[in-house]
Design a binder for this molecule. Structure first.
Ligand code: HEM
Length: 410
């Protein structure tokens, strides 16, 4: 039965309406064994309490298989392509103390720029894209795809600017990210290697350019941290740049795309939100809870044999936190399948928890706020050009976002 659930979690049916399948999973218990493509046997951890506890417990659960003890191999064995092994040095796949060392460096660089400072430029970038959509609409007289023209381009623009990457390169990141969806099986997994190789080569080139001629942006600051006191190796620097680029991109695309779709679907709430800006914070939290832009965390490993919420775990067992299920756990959320922009309290776990909790959550919320405010106010009589039921969903595995959202406006 649980194998069936793993299959269902990847299905189109799930993307159209995830809630019955998530409740079926929760009803099977807080932790169930399943088989996933490529990963093999995985314990799916689904209840809000079990997910939170696992992500926060550094003693009993680890990220990096190498942390399990002597003789354990790391994420990718030596015979795997080098680009994969480089990515495994990113902090999202590391445990303490390496994770802390890396996270402090990037947190310091983030802290040097406040969101208030960044907001005007972020608004300007949103305005530029909205203007382009308006012109396209005027030129063609056709509906415009909000996903392609805005929800994907805006977060790329923001993260590229934050890193200090050239504007002309932005469209390449989108093409690379599309390849990042892991298809089932080893073959599918290996298919992403060429894209990874290209990203790695590109970023090593940019790192060299930052060394030769420092320019504004996080990448130069991290390059300086690398040369400063050897606090960061070049591979770690490349992995950090890849992580920031991709962690900050598609996640926010999902938040904006899924958020707009839910607001189109729930006209009453859309009207309330547009009439009362003080609801924006709770509306964004509800969109995060209801749509879980990141559906699962990276896998964890049991650091010891234990009984966890009734499951007998062996040391080394692989576990995955199903954030989408924890976010509709009925023991925590009243009427969890109801979209309610006034929901309070809303202890969603869309940004993860514990040491790997999202580093960019405030930036992501700011991007969502700017987008929702501007799209509705700038594009008069904004409407979805198809019925919500006809929306096609992305075929990428483990990713729930509309493939396209054709819109029209006056
Ligand atoms: C709606 C938008 C976003 C969502 C839902 C989201 C969600 C998450 C989640 C669930 C994790 C933990 C993953 C895990 O434990 O496996 C995470 C980690 C992370 N996120 Fe985000 N994220 C978003 C936007 C961003 C943005 C805009 C940035 C960058 C600037 C960012 C940077 C990161 C980084 C660097 C990590 C790794 C942190 C670590 O390992 O210590 N995220 N995010």
């Amino acid at each position: 039965m649980s194998n069936e659930i793993a299959r269902q979690l990847y299905s189109q049916e799930f993307k159209r309406n995830p809630y019955p399948i998530l409740h079926e999973l929760l009803e099977q218990g807080p932790i169930v064994r399943s088989k996933f493509p490529f990963l093999g046997n995985v314990w799916m951890v689904s209840s809000h309490a079990a997910v939170n506890e696992m992500l926060k417990d550094r003693k009993r659960f680890v990220r990096d298989p190498a942390s399990l003890g002597k003789g354990q191999r790391g994420y990718f064995p030596f015979w795997m392509p080098r680009s994969l092994r480089v990515m495994a040095s990113g902090m999202i796949l590391r445990d303490e103390p390496d994770h802390r060392r890396l996270r402090i460096l990037v947190e310091q660089a983030f802290a040097r720029r406040s969101l208030e400072q960044m907001q005007p430029r972020i608004e300007e970038m949103a305005d530029e894209l909205i203007q382009e959509m308006r012109e396209k609409h005027r030129r063609t007289g056709q509906s415009v795809d909000l996903m392609a023209e805005y929800a994907q381009r805006f977060p790329i623009a923001v993260i590229a600017e934050l890193l200090g990457l050239p504007e002309a390169d932005r469209s390449r990141f989108g093409n690379w990210a599309e390849k990042f969806a892991i298809e089932p099986g080893l073959i599918g997994f290996l298919k992403l290697v060429p894209s990874l190789g290209k990203i790695e080569k590109y970023l090593r080139g940019q790192i060299q350019l930052c060394r030769d001629a420092p320019r504004p942006g996080l990448l130069t600051e991290l390059v300086q941290a690398e040369s400063d006191g050897q606090r960061l190796t070049e591979d770690e620097l490349v992995a950090m740049a890849v992580l920031l680029l991709f962690a900050g991109f598609l996640t926010t695309t999902h938040l904006i795309g899924n958020g707009m779709l839910e607001l189109f679907r729930h006209r009453d709430q859309q009207e309330r939100l547009l009439g009362d800006d003080s609801l924006m914070e709770s509306a964004i939290n509800e969109i995060l809870r209801y749509t879980s832009p990141v559906q699962f965390t990276k896998p964890m490993r049991a650091a010891e044999a234990m009984n966890y919420y009734g499951a007998e775990l062996e040391k080394g067992d692989v576990l995955m936190a199903v954030l989408a299920a924890a976010n509709v756990d009925p023991t925590v959320f009243v009427n969890p399948d109801r979209f309610d922009i006034t929901r309070k309290p809303n202890p969603h776990i869309a940004f993860g928890a514990g040491i790997h909790v999202c580093l960019g959550m405030k930036l992501a919320k700011l991007e969502a706020r700017v987008s929702f405010q501007k799209l509705w106010s700038e594009l008069k009589n904004l409407e979805l050009a198809i019925t919500p039921e006809d929306v096609q969903w992305s075929k990428q595995k483990g990713v729930r976002r509309p493939q396209a959202l054709p819109i029209q406006f006056g």
